[in-house]
Structures are given as C-alpha cells and as structure tokens.
Design a protein around this ligand. Structure first.
Ligand code: CO
Length: 503
C-alpha cells in the first residue's frame, strides 16, 4: 500500500481518496476493548518499549442523534502498550459528567462549542451557556498523572493502568472549578528556571474585548510552580502555542466574534467566529520569567504583525541570534462552520490547504519574515521531544497524498530542514492518516533515530492500523502494521511515554 504510485497526469482528474470511504472513519465506537494485538504485518521492534496514549472524539452521535462537528465528540482514550516486541490495545471513554448523563438519557443534553445543539430548536438552546467539558483533545502523562485535556475547561485525571476516570485535576487547588487549561502543553526538556530539570508549560485563554492569557509552568512532580496572567488587546481564538527557553509565542489569528447567534441558541460559539482577511495576524511574545521571581516589574508582552492567516498548530520555536524562529501550519483563511452543513459532506476542494511556513521574528526591529517550507497540505506537526524550544533539523506531520490542494490526510511526512529533503509514506487510496508521534530509540542518538507511530484508518476493512515507520527513512515502507479488530474514529492528539502501562 505504501508503494501506491499515481501517474502525475492522473492527479489532475483522479482523487487519491473518496469522500464516501473517508467518512466511514467518523462512525462512533461504543465498545471498550482490552487485547493483545496479534494480527501484525512485519515485526514490532523489540527495543520499542513504552506507552502511546491518544485522545479523540469516540462518539459522533448520542445514540443515533448526530453531533454537529467531530470537535464536539466525547473524548475516548486509546492506549497502545509496547513491551517485549508485543503490543496491547485498550480504550476507555473519559467519564465526564456530561458523558454519563447523556448515556443515561440516550439523547443530547448539552450544547457543543462547534454547533451541536440540544433537540428542540433555538428556543431550547437560547441562553444556555452550560457547555460540555468533553475532554477529547489531548492526553498527557506528567508528574505521575494521566490527564485528558480540553482547552476550555479543567483536565480529567485517569488511571494509566485501567484508564478509569478518577475525577477532575485542579493541581492542589491552583485551578478553580471549570478553569481553562489548554490542550497543547509543551514539554521543556531542560528548564533554566528549574536548574535544567524538565518542565511542562501550558496556557489558558479567557477571550473578551481584551484577552487574558495565563501561563502555567509545572515541575516534574506535577506541581504548578509558576502562574502568570497577561492581558492582550482584542478577541483571541488560540488553540496552540510554542516555547523557547525565554518566551511563549502565540499567534493571535485575525478573527471577530459575534456572540449574539450563540446566545440566541442559533449557532455554536465557534460558529460565531468570523475570519478577517484584511487584518494582520498578531504574533504575541510573552516572557517566561515571572516578575515575582525577579522581583522586578512585569516584562511587557511584545506584539509583532505578519500577513493574515489562520494557525491551529505550531511545530516548534527556537532562539537564534536576534530572532525567534517558529515553524507553523498556516491556512489562508478559516472556513466557517455553517449551522446547516454536515461535516461528513466536507468539500475538500473548496478549502485552502494548511501549509508549513517558517516565521522569522526579528526582536530588534519588530518585523516578521516568512518562508514557505511545504506547500503540500499538512497538519499535526511535531519534533524530537529533546528539541522542544531548541533548533530542530527534522519535523514530522500528517499530510495529504497529493502535493496540492486540500484533502483528507493520507500520509506521514518527514522534512529535513537542513537539506530540504522530504519523505512521504502514503496510505492512499484507502487509508487515512492522523497525527504521527515520534519515539526516539536512544536519548542522545541522531535526531531522527527512532520510529514514527501513526494511526491509519483502513476503509477497505473498516478498521484502524497502528503503523510503525523508521523515522530515518520513511521511504523504506512500514516496519510493522498492527491491525486492530475495529476502527478508531479520527483522533486528535496524544503522547508517547517510556513507562509501560498495562492492567
Ligand atoms: Co491541536
């Protein structure tokens, strides 16, 4: 399948996918499994040891009542445990309050941010601001805790061995009930403020006419050791950020928010966000050192401007000379989610591709220069964990099979930023890709010495495969393809840890 080749002339007329087969990957999964994976092509590398946790919407309907957008789907954790050349799979839904209530009621009881409404039309939804904490975006293991994250509210804590939901995590009451904790923490491998120990950096957004961005830094014990709030002008819709040893970097996408249709029960909150193509994107640089620690006055937030565009995900950032360099996936605009539309009918050809850009932020003259690195549509970028905040040579992402236009992700791509070489492993025409996770073989080996682990939905068999690639050479094809007994709906983010968790 990885050798699927297509004649260049066919690219113009032939698609590498069909919408009918793609959308099958968005069926709900209701069952919870626990089994050793025995149906394997190739061989699992015996040195691959640890646990891959992934999160994503497991339910795309509540007992037949369709939700409006996958981002409104209840979080389901998948866990792949690798030990002694074998792999074990297990999955559990996060038992959020709303998940339990809706399961019992057999119907939708909550509005979703992305347009899911309670039955009964706008009257049944008007002035209901009680959104569902769906815990569906990321899952991290930090300070001995497994946490399911959703950006607009507090994390849920899970048992890494049983995946049982243990309740909400408030980090010794530092987070208040329902307080936001974003789904995109960054793991600083060596934090200067913590004597070179690793730390976790995360943020929360409180949008309004001006927006409050709070930065959290957690030590290896999982304790919040620094928490600083910063105010920036204007409304902000920010999903991800990047760090360097000295800065947190945010892209404030040019959007406007009109809350009225949301308040009146006619649209989801995210459906009230309108892209502003004539406004610049603002780049916010927030210093990581807190004023409390330095005993001085709060360092100012620096704001730079660049071309209009929309960014969900950043790859990584680093400081070099008088610049901060940041690699990000940027769209020309943000497609609006229409209340009457069905995401299953997405017309990919009408959408602009997400492309990989390198932004050079000049701190001396406050200018931004950008260069296109990859025009092929791509998403879910990552680097070697030891390179977070440092200059990276390689990056990995999900990508489309075709090298132009928008389409479902069907491939995994590696970019060598030193040579410009790009490698692509494609699962087209019947396979659909997601976020790849890089796992290093040794702590201090070559930057690309390791594996890429990625879930692929195989529409031919209506099941998902965990694909293991050699990160040094994607062209040589999969080292192993682990066939699951079922599919996993297209997911969002996850992380690999070297601990082996199994019940
Ligand atoms: Co994300």
């Amino acid at each position: 399948m990885q050798n699927f080749k297509i004649d260049e002339r066919d690219l113009i007329t032939e698609k590498s996918y069909s919408r009918e087969s793609w959308r099958e990957g968005y069926q709900s999964i209701t069952e919870e499994y626990d089994y050793w994976i025995d149906d394997i092509e190739g061989e699992i590398p015996p040195e691959l040891k640890g646990t891959l946790f992934k999160n994503g919407p497991g339910l795309l309907d509540i007992q037949g009542h369709r939700i409006h957008h996958p981002f409104d789907g209840d979080g389901m954790i998948s866990r792949f445990t690798f030990t002694n050349g074998r792999a074990h799979y297990s999955n559990r839904f996060v038992r959020t309050k709303a998940y339990i209530e809706e399961k019992k009621a057999g119907k939708i009881l909550y509005r979703g941010v992305f347009g899911t409404q309670k039955p009964g039309g706008w009257l049944a939804n008007a002035f209901d601001f009680n959104l569902k904490n769906i815990a569906n975006t990321n899952v991290i293991y930090w300070g001995g805790k497994l946490l399911a994250l959703w950006e607009a509210a507090d994390p849920h804590k899970l048992d890494p061995r049983t995946l049982e939901t243990l309740g909400k995590e408030n980090f010794n009451s530092v987070l208040s009930e329902g307080e936001a904790f974003a789904a995109h923490p960054r793991f600083d491998p060596s934090c200067e403020q913590d004597n070179g120990e690793p730390c976790l950096v995360n943020f929360s957004i409180k949008p309004g006419l001006s927006t409050t961005i709070t930065i959290f830094e957690l030590d290896t014990a999982g304790k919040i050791v620094r928490k600083d709030a910063h105010s920036v002008p204007g409304f902000a819709f920010i999903h991800d950020f990047a760090i360097t040893p000295n800065y947190c970097i945010f892209f404030q996408n040019p959007v406007a928010f009109n809350p009225i249709p949301f308040a009146l029960g006619m649209r989801g909150a995210a459906e009230c966000i309108k892209f502003q193509p004539n406004q610049p994107t603002k780049v916010l640089l927030i210093p990581r050192r807190s004023s409390i620690e330095k005993g001085g006055s709060q360092k100012k937030v620096q704001i730079l401007e660049t071309q209009s565009g929309f960014v969900f995900h950043h790859t990584n950032a680093f400081e070099k000379d008088n610049e901060i360099v940041i690699d990000s996936i940027c769209y020309e605009n943000l497609p609006e989610v229409e209340p009457e539309s069905d995401f299953r009918d997405t017309d990919f050809e009408s959408l602009t591709p997400g492309q990989l850009w390198r932004f050079h932020l000049n701190l001396e003259n406050n200018t931004v220069r950008r260069e296109l690195i990859e025009s092929r549509c791509c998403e879910f970028p990552s680097v070697h964990p030891e390179k977070v905040g440092r200059e990276h040579r390689y990056l990995y992402m999900g990508a489309t099979h075709a090298d132009r236009g928008n389409a479902p992700l069907q491939a995994f791509e590696k970019v060598d930023l030193a040579t410009g070489e790009k490698q692509l492993w494609s699962a087209a025409p019947h396979g659909y890709a997601s976020e790849p996770n890089f796992v290093s073989r040794t702590r201090h080996g070559d930057e690309d010495d390791g594996w890429l682990l990625g879930l692929v939905y195989d529409s031919t068999h209506h099941r998902s495969d965990l694909v293991i690639l050699d990160a040094k050479d994607l062209n040589k094809g999969a080292i192993a393809r682990l066939h699951l007994k079922h599919h996993i709906p297209y997911g969002l983010h996850g992380n690999f840890v070297s601990d082996v968790f199994i019940n």
